[in-house]
Design a protein around this ligand. Structure first.
Ligand SMILES: [Zn+2]
Length: 254
């Protein structure tokens, strides 16, 4: 069993401390800065055994070196991106399994936002730490990868069980919701969801984690092959990649 502590960092980043309850082994996903992570670990009276990085961007690895110095923890990242993950020790490949204590996870390569982007999927509890691949109601910008790669990456995530909890790297939900509503203003369920998001954010409550089931219903970047949806947002159904590309470019210019 994993206990998860969600840590808001910088202006809109999320890092996560994960604790395997059987063994008290700890990990930290994407520490952009060390300070708040250290404070929480101190308060709990625990150390840090692992850092898990989804990708090389500074707002995901910025705390690596300082945390490694303090805790002598091992840093886990993508084999293909080992040159860009500061302090990396454990280089994992696509589909490779690894353990945090008794908690087993699988690496899922999800290139697109960056070439070496990976997700960590803890299958026993259906927890997915997906960095900047998928956000609630959105997806990461394509800084390095192709539309083909990102479409493929999203399909991989979409094939996980509906009950998968998605722990993403940013609180972008409210602005993503504006785009989702702009595309499909006639969806009453989406309207309801957006009102809830606005209420939560007005009280500074996180809208993350989100459920894969809900993302499949509401996230425009998960519906590129849904012909009814494409009709309602007036996009011609050409192919998964072309449809995804159109939606992504519209969002980039929104
Ligand atoms: Zn990023």
């Amino acid at each position: 069993m994993l206990e998860i502590i969600q840590i808001p960092l910088l202006s809109d980043n999320y890092s996560y401390i994960i604790i395997d309850k059987n063994t008290n082994t700890t990990g930290c996903i994407d520490p952009s800065v060390a300070k708040n992570v250290v404070n929480i670990l101190k308060k709990k009276g625990i150390g840090l055994d692992f850092i898990l990085n989804t990708h090389h961007h500074h707002d995901h690895v910025g705390g690596n070196k300082e945390l490694k110095e303090i805790y002598n923890c091992k840093i886990i990242g993508c084999f293909n991106d080992q040159k860009r993950i500061p302090g990396i020790d454990i280089k994992l490949k696509d589909n490779e399994n690894y353990n945090i204590g008794d908690s087993l996870f699988k690496v899922i390569n999800t290139p697109g936002h960056t070439i070496g982007h990976i997700c960590f999927y803890f299958m026993d509890q259906n927890f997915l730490f997906c960095g900047d691949t998928i956000f609630s109601l959105g997806c990461g910008r394509l800084f390095e990868g192709s539309y083909e790669q990102m479409t493929e990456s999203i399909l991989k995530i979409r094939s996980l069980p509906d009950c998968t909890k998605i722990f993403c790297g940013h609180e972008y939900t409210e602005s993503n919701a504006k785009f989702a509503e702009f595309l499909d203003s006639g969806d009453d369920l989406l309207k309801k969801k957006v009102s809830q998001i606005k209420r939560d954010r007005s009280m500074s409550k996180p809208t993350v984690p989100t459920l894969l089931k809900e993302e499949k219903m509401f996230n425009p970047f998960m519906k590129f092959d849904n012909s009814q949806y494409l009709d309602s947002i007036k996009i011609e159904n050409i192919s998964d990649v072309e449809n995804f590309k159109k939606i992504r470019i519209m969002k980039d210019n929104f």
